[in-house]
Design a protein around this ligand. Structure first.
Ligand code: 13P
Length: 266
């Protein structure tokens, strides 16, 4: 098991990767790691995450309040978004936020990543919805992201960037790479006539592989409320699985009410 200093060093290493791969510009992006239920390490605000050393890393509690920060460093301005993910997803141990070029292009165009175009993206992500726009650093972003947390491990942030989370820092970062690669492939194929999509059967076989692997996290293969209700799901519902959940409940309530009323002769 890694000690705290080793985790801080890994955070600096991930910062270099995020920066060197052009997933952030200047001082953008932030990430965090859960140590236990009341201690979290996070990147500081307003510094380039590509040039951090372990002393840069701050420690906060579950509300995002500072537990330890060296002089001149304050926790990320987006710490509330990270804390919302930990609060609502106890299986998550790390959160990564970045602005990768292609994923952010789709987030700005308001287009979720829903087309099934390559097996790895279908298995790793399913599809990637868009959390509605919120002003950075306010509660608007955590509230928008919250809608999707029980269904996906990656979301685009409208007109902003992308957010991924997983059981480890490396896995959360790898999800960010997968989101960006998926977005880039979609963009590239759009330039030459559009992608050939995998068909429903091919997608279902990939979902089955994911179930058999027992991969951790939330994914439409396991949790999509539409799929469970036998309704169009994931790659056919436009990435609206999570926002469709309350509707599915509302449909059910309406149907039951109708039946009860007809039995009562009303
Ligand atoms: P911080 O430097 O405060 O983490 O903010 C960077 C960012 O990308 C905000 O969206």
């Amino acid at each position: 098991m890694q000690n705290e200093f080793e985790i801080k060093k890994e955070m600096c290493e991930i910062g270099k990767r995020v920066y060197n791969r052009g997933m952030v510009a200047a001082n953008d992006g932030n990430f965090s790691v859960k140590l236990n239920d009341n201690e979290f390490l996070c990147t500081p605000t307003g510094v380039s995450k590509g040039f951090m050393t372990p002393e840069y890393i701050c420690k906060v509690d579950a509300e995002g309040r500072v537990l330890q920060a060296n002089k001149g460093f304050r926790p990320s301005s987006e710490i509330k978004m990270h804390m919302r993910v930990y609060k609502e997803r106890p299986d998550v141990n790390s959160v990564v936020h970045a602005h990768p070029l292609y994923a952010t292009t789709f987030a700005i165009a308001g287009i979720p990543l829903t087309q099934p175009i390559m097996p790895e993206a279908v298995i790793a992500l399913g599809c990637v919805p868009i959390a509605k726009y919120g002003t950075p650093s306010t509660m608007e972003i955590p509230d928008a992201v919250s809608e999707h947390l029980q269904y996906f491990d990656a979301v685009l942030l409208e007109n902003h960037g992308a957010l991924t989370y997983s059981d480890s820092l490396l896995n959360a970062y790898h999800k960010m790479e997968s989101v960006e690669f998926y977005a880039r492939l979609l963009w590239q194929t759009m330039q030459i006539g559009g992608p050939q999509e995998l068909n429903k059967e091919q997608v279902e076989k990939l979902y089955e592989i994911r179930r058999q692997f027992g991969l951790p996290g939330k994914h439409p293969a396991n949790v999509c409320p539409n799929a469970k209700a036998g309704k169009p799901s994931c790659h056919t519902c436009g990435g609206n699985c999570s926002s469709a959940a309350p509707k599915a409940d509302a449909d059910l309530v309406a149907e039951i009410t109708k039946k009860v009323m007809s039995q009562l002769g009303m």
